[in-house]
Every structure is written in structure tokens, then in C-alpha cells.
Design a protein around this ligand. Structure first.
Ligand SMILES: *Cc1c(COP(=O)(O)O)cnc(C)c1O
Length: 462
């Protein structure tokens, strides 16, 4: 049986989660996979499509994770599978730098068409998000002949040496892995929920703080680029206060600093726009893309102003696998799916539906400090009732209850106290609703004397 859209769109629990087959596979995994590679929910997947994942025990789980915002078009989406099948039967690799092929060019054409701004653009393709961010920094340095990189509190940009250095959170991303790359400067993020003078003044005041920090601590003419997620992902789905991004973009333009939008998590329809920068009317100089770009195959890109992109000398950018033809075929299929199925609008509808339901739940549960997000990128920040003190325990408990009930949810946030929801944009309305009901029930069960949950004993660090 195929995965993909033909899969029955239902939640079905046949065994406790994880079931015996998954547990046996987990034992094999633990005996051979490095401990550093964590697992959120140890069900071993056999098929997936639409809004469900089917595991080795034939349980069908509702997916509110999309493999971390990757399969927005659904797993094994038809146009992705068709494109990949055709390509993989013709050739699998030549290395674009040795002998090129059309698919790479076609993806770059789509990136030029879809990313914000109608200026002349160029793109380069890579394998992972981290690799795209590294290359954006290389390009910005080559263009500006400057070295400093400005990044933000709560930022996440990857796990390679440079991108780990750009990432804010110590545990688990940086701890024991130094030394870090030099010339990285961290500045405050406009985090409305936690801004001392309140959310309304957050965007403006945070932008002032950032500009002061850059001017006084780094020197604006030392700064090659500012790298920012227009909505922070791993950091807690933080939607910056209004005006923050546009003021920073203006400041960058006035000071010859390359404004890099890391849209790796937010891009490709996820937030109810092709790119999250559009919500703030910001046109970045460079955009990094990956996760939602290729329907599950590894592909990433840097797209931006032609004069900046072309500052890197011939041969200075690339890699053996970057822009692999099979991954490019998948990307073309994913982009076609987003357009043909109207998934930008659909993401907006998912956001409205989720925010309305989750805000009702918030009214009943003072442990919920904030419900926020855009489109199909929605989060709940949990606190100790009556305070804004982060409550990671509650987030962990709710996530575990959801998992046991057959709903895949993820956590995130600097304090580990944020539940995040990233459903596939093609999820049927009925499953979205059922998932939200499971979340509601998980909150109702919170604080009740805990029935030991199946799977409790195999709690794994995330
Ligand atoms: C996931 C992510 C990355 C890193 O992408 P990888 O493909 O895991 O290297 C970088 N930036 C953001 C915003 C991300 O969400």
C-alpha cells in the first residue's frame, strides 16, 4: 500500500503508543544510534500522508509536526512522488558544478519568482538549512568586505559550527561543542509576551535597543549581515512586535548591512503567506529556505539581490550534492502543489481555526500564558498560573498526553515551555479539529493525579 494522500485519514489506536513493534525497533535503535540524536515520539513510521502517520503497529497518528515544518504539502504528496519517480529513473546525480541540469535552474527560477521583492535575483542551492545559512554569511561577507554577524536572543540557525554559533540556546545545541565561530554578536529579540513595558511597545523599543547595541558595541560599518527569523522557530514561535523587522531592515539599508531573512521554517506557505516577511512588508536582501521547499527531500537555497549573490567569486559556492536533481524535482512538485491546492490560503485558515479554539482553551486554563503564531505555525506558551514564569513541566506533560492519545506535537522555546503545532497544510478539517480536542483534553488532565502513561518509562531527552 502506498503512503501519500490515499491513506485513510483517521486516528486509529490499536496498541498503546508506542506499540510492541515500535518498542522492538527502539531497542535496536538504542543499540546502534548515537545517544546525541534524540527522539520526540518513538513510533516507527511505515507510511504517511495527508494529516496522518501510520506506525509499525498499524496505529494511525494525527500529525501536528510535519517532520518539523517540512511536509507542508503532505507526506508523499502526489506531485512530489511523480516528479521524484521520473527523475530518479533518468539520473540521480551529476554534480551541478560538473555538468548542469534543468531542474536546478527551474528551482532557482521559482525562488526568484516567489521570494519577496521584484528586484533582479540569483540563487544557489545546498542540502540543509544550516548549509544555506552558512552560505548566506559567506556571501554577505564577500559582498561587504566586513566580518561581523548580528543575531538575536532565542535564535536558531542550525548545528554546524558557524550556525551553532549563531544559535542562542545552550542546551542542547551548543553545550560542550565549543569553541564557537568568532565575530558573532547577539542582540535582543522583540518578544512581545516577555517585553518589560508590554507587547504594544515591544517592536519599537526592541528595534531601538538593537540599533544602539550594533552602533555602540559592534560598529555598524563592521557588520556584514544581520540574520533573523521573521518568526522564530525553535526559540518559541516568537512573532516579533509590530514594526521591529521593518525598522531593522531600514537600518540595514542605511548602513550597508545585508539583511538576511532565515525563512527556513517560516517559508513556503507555512505562515499563510509564501514568506513570513510579507506580513511585515519587509523585502530582505537574502532569504534562506529549506524545510518546506522540497516536500521532504533535502534541499536548501539562498536567494537574493543579484549584486550581493554574485559578489562570491566563481567556484566559491557549491558542494557535491547541493541542488541534487531528485531533490529539485521534489521541490518543483511541492511548489506546484502549494499553488494548485491553494495552500497559502489554507495555512491562513488553519491559523484562524487553531487560534480560535486554543484561545477558548486558554480561557479555561491559567497555565496558558499565551497563544500565538501565524498561519499553520501556532504555539502555546505555558507558565506557572498567575505569573509569566516558564513552565516546562506542564508543556512536557501536555505533549506526553497528546502523544499517548495519538497526536504528534512538538515542544520548543528557550525555556522548553512552548508547545508548537505545525500541521501539514493539507490536513483534513476533521483531523485538525480532532487534534485540537486532544489538546483540550490534555489540558483538562493536567494536574490530575497522573495515571502512568504508556511510554512514560522510555522518556527520552529532547
Ligand atoms: C531548521 C532550521 C535551520 C536548520 O536547518 P537544517 O536543515 O536542520 O540544517 C535553520 N534555521 C531555521 C529557522 C530552522 O528552523
Amino acid at each position: 500500500m502506498d503512503g501519500g494522500p490515499g491513506l485513510p485519514q483517521e486516528r486509529r489506536l490499536i496498541t498503546p503508543i508506542p506499540g510492541p513493534r515500535s518498542r522492538a525497533l527502539l531497542a535496536r535503535r538504542n543499540a546502534t544510534v548515537a545517544r546525541g540524536v534524540s527522539v520526540t515520539l518513538p513510533v516507527f513510521v511505515q507510511q504517511a500522508g495527508g494529516g496522518v502517520l501510520v506506525d509499525a503497529d498499524n496505529n494511525s497518528l494525527i500529525d501536528f509536526g510535519s517532520g518539523i515544518a517540512v511536509v507542508g504539502v503532505g507526506n508523499a504528496a502526489e506531485a512530489v512522488v511523480t516528479g521524484v519517480r521520473d527523475q530518479v529513473g533518468r539520473f540521480t546525480h551529476t554534480c551541478f558544478m560538473v555538468t548542469p541540469y534543468e531542474g536546478y535552474v527551474a528551482v532557482c527560477e521559482q525562488l526568484a519568482r516567489l521570494t519577496p521583492g521584484d528586484h533582479d535575483k540569483r540563487s544557489a542551492l545546498f542540502n540543509s538549512g544550516a548549509e544555506a545559512v552558512e552560505n548566506a554569511v559567506k556571501i554577505a561577507r564577500a559582498y561587504t568586505h566586513r566580518q561581523a554577524v548580528v543575531v538575536f536572543d532565542h535564535a536558531y540557525h542550525g548545528r554546524t559550527n558557524l550556525t551553532m554559533s549563531l544559535t542562542a540556546k545552550n542546551m542542547p545545541y551548543r553545550h560542550s561543542f565549543g569553541p564557537f565561530a568568532p565575530e558573532v554578536y547577539r542582540v535582543p529579540m522583540a518578544y512581545p509576551y516577555r517585553w518589560p513595558t508590554g507587547p504594544d511597545r515591544c517592536g519599537e523599543e526592541a528595534a531601538t535597543d538593537v540599533i544602539t547595541a550594533i552602533t555602540t558595541k559592534v560598529g555598524s560599518d563592521n557588520v556584514a549581515c544581520l540574520v533573523i527569523e521573521p518568526i522564530q522557530g525553535e526559540g518559541g514561535f516568537i512573532v516579533p512586535g509590530a514594526g521591529f523587522l521593518s525598522r531593522l531592515a531600514d537600518f540595514c539599508r542605511e548602513n550597508g548591512i545585508v539583511f538576511v531573512a532565515d525563512e527556513i521554517q517560516t517559508g513556503f506557505a507555512r505562515t499563510g503567506a509564501w514568506f513570513a516577511c510579507e506580513h511585515e512588508g519587509v523585502v530582505p536582501d537574502l532569504v534562506t529556505t529549506a524545510k518546506g521547499l522540497a516536500g521532504g527531500l533535502p534541499l536548501s537555497g539562498v536567494t537574493g539581490r543579484a549584486e550581493i549573490m554574485d559578489a562570491a567569486h566563481v567556484g566559491g559556492l557549491g558542494g557535491t550534492y547541493g541542488g541534487n536533481p531528485v531533490a529539485c524535482a521534489a521541490a518543483l512538485g511541492a511548489i506546484r502543489t502549494i499553488e494548485e491546492q491553494g495552500l497559502v490560503e489554507r495555512a491562513g485558515w488553519i491559523g484562524e481555526t487553531m487560534l480560535a479554539r486554543l484561545r477558548d482553551i486558554q480561557d479555561q486554563h491559567p497555565v496558558i500564558g499565551e497563544v500565538r503564531g501565524r498561519g499553520a505555525m501556532i504555539a502555546i506558551e505555558l507558565v506557572r498560573p498567575g505569573t509569566t514564569e516558564p513552565n516546562a513541566d506542564a508543556a512536557h506533560q501536555v505533549a506526553k498526553a497528546c502523544h499517548a492519545a495519538g497526536l504528534v506535537v512538538l515542544t520548543c522555546g528557550t525555556f522548553g515551555n512552548v508547545l508548537r503545532f505545525l500541521p501539514p497544510l493539507v490536513i483534513p478539517a476533521r483531523l485538525l479539529d480532532e487534534g485540537l480536542t486532544i489538546i483540550e483534553q490534555a489540558f483538562e488532565g493536567l494536574g490530575r493525579p497522573a495515571n502512568p502513561m504508556p511510554g512514560d518509562e522510555i522518556d527520552t531527552p529532547t
